[in-house]
Design a protein around this ligand. Structure first.
Ligand code: TTP
Ligand code: MG
Length: 401
């Protein structure tokens, strides 16, 4: 078999990198088990506020019954009648996350928060500080457990892709090292469905092409992958070879988000437009607040509606002027909602604002009086201090239309 020049080139580069991926085990559920000893060692599911919610995090005791994230609570309870369901409290998880990230950032300046419970560390230039990457990982696990009371899994590899695979394979309370020399062997034994971004639908297509493992994916002719999957084809090919050149991006250097969105499953399916517009206004306020908090303006509103038969549609409208307030977003969202024909009872609503940009100092042709900006700022300050929706539009408390 010939040598793949791309692989050889990147292999040399990868061999010089040491990347750690840290992912907390059953994060939300573990935080709840830590604060309530009656939940320890028991099947626990953390979920939302409404009765028709889904599982956000399942303890490993619950997973033994087949309960997992994104499963409806009804199904989870069917599988595990003794399941303890706890209403989630994001504030608690954010606090725990801040403490964990505070420990991790001590290990390398090249530290990237990937989500509320996971981070990448590039330890390439910190190698001399620890006897080995594995020793650093053991130290990290011990400190997180001793200081925050939570277990995590750590994966070590020559790049982010391999490190993340390693942490997920070692779960729970795992520590797995996949050195460059073992990447091929590891991928050969990895079922194709366990690779990042391979959902059940994509897995089915890949299996229909005879691709059963990560290794099969790497050996599959790249031009055929490109033909079948378009631009994703090349990425799939690289995944199959265990190649990933993406750097660990330290905080503050991350690229800007592309959109902000909020979604809600209604307490019960309804076609009552007063109730629906009330939820819409609330979602728009949440999105507007995030825009302002992150100093963005939006250019487009996308409305997502899932009906009771689970059919889902998304419609969008471009704003004439940059969006910053919930009220402006709401106006557009409502116009989209009004334009939808053949309405049926609604199960889920989502509002997303995209085409984000940071405002320049230049005044818009239709510049708003600064009084409005000052008002948003004052409202945000009160809500930051006293909680969401302490100050909001009267219409959120009365009929919105
Ligand atoms: P994950 O790391 O995906 O899951 P986990 O930490 O619960 O379990 P694992 O041991 O397999 O890593 O997500 C971290 C947290 O993010 C999770 O505890 C709850 C939250 N979350 C959601 O709110 N919604 C979701 O759909 C998922 C997947 C996670
Ligand atoms: Mg996790």
């Amino acid at each position: 078999m010939g040598i793949n020049p791309v692989r050889e080139r990147i292999k040399v580069r990868d061999e010089t990198r040491v990347i750690l991926h840290v992912d907390m085990d059953a994060f939300f559920a573990s935080v709840e088990q830590r604060r309530n000893e009656n939940l320890r060692g028991r099947p626990v599911a953390v979920c939302g506020r409404f009765p028709r919610t889904v599982v956000a995090s399942a303890s490993y005791e619950a997973r033994a019954f087949g309960v997992h994230a994104n499963m409806s609570l009804v199904e989870a309870r069917r599988r595990c009648p003794e399941l303890r369901c706890v209403e989630g409290d994001l504030g608690r998880y954010v606090n725990a996350s801040i403490r964990v990230m505070g420990i991790l950032r001590e290990y390398s300046p090249h530290f990237e928060v990937a989500s509320i419970d996971e981070a990448f560390l590039d330890m390439t230039h910190c190698r001399l500080l620890f006897p080995s990457p594995k020793a650093a990982a053991k130290d990290i696990k011990k400190r997180i457990f001793d200081e925050v009371g939570l277990a995590c899994s750590v994966g070590i590899g020559p790049n982010k892709f391999v490190a993340k695979l390693a942490s997920s394979q070692g779960k729970p309370d795992g520590l797995m090292v996949i050195p460059t020399a073992k990447v091929s062997h590891f991928l050969d034994n990895l079922p194709i469905g366990q690779l990042w971004s391979i959902g059940p639908r994509r897995e089915k297509v890949l299996r229909s092409l005879g691709i059963e493992s990560g290794g099969d994916l790497g050996r599959f002719p790249p031009h055929l992958l490109k033909k079948r999957f378009g631009s994703l084809g090349e990425r799939l090919h690289h995944m199959g070879l265990g190649i990933d050149e993406t750097p660990v991006i330290p905080l503050g250097q991350a690229s800007d988000p592309e959109s902000f969105g909020h979604f809600v499953t209604l307490p019960e399916d309804t076609d009552d437009s007063t109730i629906i517009s009330g939820f819409l206004l609330r979602l728009c306020e949440q999105v507007g607040r995030r825009l302002r908090r992150n100093c963005f303006r939006g250019g487009r509103v996308i409305l997502t509606v899932r009906f009771s038969d689970f059919s889902t549609l998304t419609r969008q409208k471009t704003a004439l002027e940059p969006l910053t307030s919930g009220k402006e977003i709401y106006r557009l969202a409502l116009r989209i909602w009004d334009s939808i024909g053949g309405k049926r009872p609604v199960r889920l609503l989502g509002v997303t604002v995209s085409n984000l940009h940071r405002p320049s100092n230049q005044l818009s042709l239709f510049s708003r009086p600064n009084r409005l900006a000052a008002l948003w700022e004052a409202i945000d300050r009160v809500n930051d201090k006293y909680g969401d929706f302490t100050l909001t539009w009267g219409s959120l408390h009365q009929s919105p239309r």
